[in-house]
Design a protein around this ligand. Structure first.
Ligand SMILES: Nc1nc2c(c(=O)[nH]1)N[C@H]1C(S)=C(S)[C@@H](COP(=O)(O)O)O[C@H]1N2
Ligand SMILES: [Mo]
Length: 391
């Protein structure tokens, strides 16, 4: 990528200058990213509480500026909260349409080839708060997303040893977490068998070099790069190969949207399909909403990701979307993982500004002005905007 000069990549100099205006940015040796999230120690108290029981915690968008989101600031979402699991007693059962059922311990799983994969996890409801008219559900804004280095084994390798019968089309997942009341439906889901056997689909037991934290599904969760968070099943207890999709509320009613956009008044009878692939999206980490900065050089930066393929372009607008200029994508693309981007803003004219970011991926998908309304408030990917002032 040509675009900005080599000088931009002379990172130390660039950052030294910028850190005066952007604040807490600094170079962290060994971490291939600048980043507020990367440079400071955090506890979960910096997360935004969207719901306290169970804890649904959102990452402040300012932290989405490093290639890896630390576990302590990684967003948290579940329907019923984490279960109490005694790790020594933990097992994964595999059954259904297979020749021989299996029961595996973590030690058994570790005998398969161990894989490290960076991948972006985004809740399908991330950005729900931006739909008009508003839709019920957790009112996530920007930070129900994070990028982690997942370590685990390929699901495909594990099931290779158990021949799956020919009628199997879906893989149902059951967890150790349970609904608070017998009348509440349990969070049971399934994914199509092709996706389960995709080489990027992992059974993960580590996150960013730590044993998978309980809040994130420890001891074992699914990693389904490119697909929305509801497929990234946590606290895995049992998987079954079967002919049909999982029954029940969380598969047959929730996490579905119409194949075609519908008017917001809604035509309820349109056929719906499960929410799967993440759309192309960029988010602005810096500057922050409402910031007032002196004239001079400022860093506009953030992350960009997509469900299929990789990023090819992020553009920045300083006039609310009238004109666009190319930002610099950092590092090498890796399918399923986000990429950092940055843009040097030479701000000389005082006044209010609307900074916008728009991403394009390798399938030619472009971030739209707004995402067509859907009643679940899923897969928002409208162009991100930040209001700030040069004064
Ligand atoms: N067993 C189980 N797995 C689950 C859920 C849940 O409620 N129970 N929530 C899902 C949803 S909707 C999301 S967005 C992700 C969130 O993962 P995180 O908390 O690690 O960010 O977990 C998914 N896996
Ligand atoms: Mo989610």
């Amino acid at each position: 990528m040509s675009g900005l000069s080599n000088e931009l990549w002379s990172r130390r100099r660039f950052l030294r200058r910028l850190s005066q205006s952007v604040g807490a940015l600094a170079l962290v040796s060994g971490i291939p990213a600048i980043g507020r999230a990367a440079e400071m120690a955090h506890d979960r108290s910096s997360l935004i509480v969207r719901l306290s029981r169970p804890q649904d915690l959102e990452t402040p968008v300012e932290y989405l500026d490093s290639s890896i989101t630390p576990n302590s600031v990684f967003f948290v979402r579940s329907h019923f909260g984490p279960p109490a699991i005694i790790e020594e007693q933990w097992k994964l059962e595999i059954g259904g349409l297979v020749d021989s059922s299996r029961s595996l311990t973590l030690e058994d799983l570790r005998k398969f080839e161990i894989v490290d994969l960076p991948a972006t996890l985004q809740c399908s409801g991330n950005g729900r708060a931006f739909f008009h008219p508003s839709v019920p559900g957790v009112q996530w804004q920007r930070g129900a997303v994070g990028n982690a280095l997942w370590r685990g084994v390929r699901l495909r390798d594990v099931v290779k040893s158990i021949s799956i019968k020919s009628g199997a089309r879906h893989m149902q997942m059951r967890g150790y977490d349970s609904a608070p009341m017998p009348t509440t439906p349990s969070f049971t889901r399934s994914i199509p068998i092709e996706r389960a056997l995709d080489p990027s689909t992992l059974l993960a037991f580590e996150m960013n070099g730590e044993p998978l934290p309980v809040l994130h599904g420890g001891p074992l969760r699914m990693v389904v790069p490119g697909w929305a968070g509801d497929h990234w099943y946590k606290w895995l207890r049992r998987i079954d190969f079967q002919e049909h999709e999982a029954e029940g509320f969380y598969m047959q009613t929730a996490y579905r949207m119409p194949r075609q956009p519908v008017p917001s008044k809604g035509i309820a009878s349109l056929p719906e399909v499960p929410v799967t692939v993440n759309p192309v999206k960029s988010l602005i980490a810096h500057p922050s909403e409402g910031s007032v900065m002196p004239p001079g050089d400022h860093l506009v930066s953030g992350v960009a990701f997509t469900g299929v393929g990789h990023m090819v372009n992020v553009e920045v607008s300083l006039d609310g979307g009238c004109s666009w200029d190319r930002a610099e994508l950092e590092g090498k693309e890796s399918e399923g993982a986000w990429q950092l981007w940055r843009y040097r803003w030479r701000a000389s004219t005082k006044g209010p500004y609307i900074v916008a970011a728009r991403a394009t991926d390798s399938s030619g998908r472009v971030q739209p002005q707004a995402t067509p309304w859907n009643h679940g408030g899923y897969l928002w990917n409208g162009i991100d905007l930040v209001h700030c002032e040069i004064a």
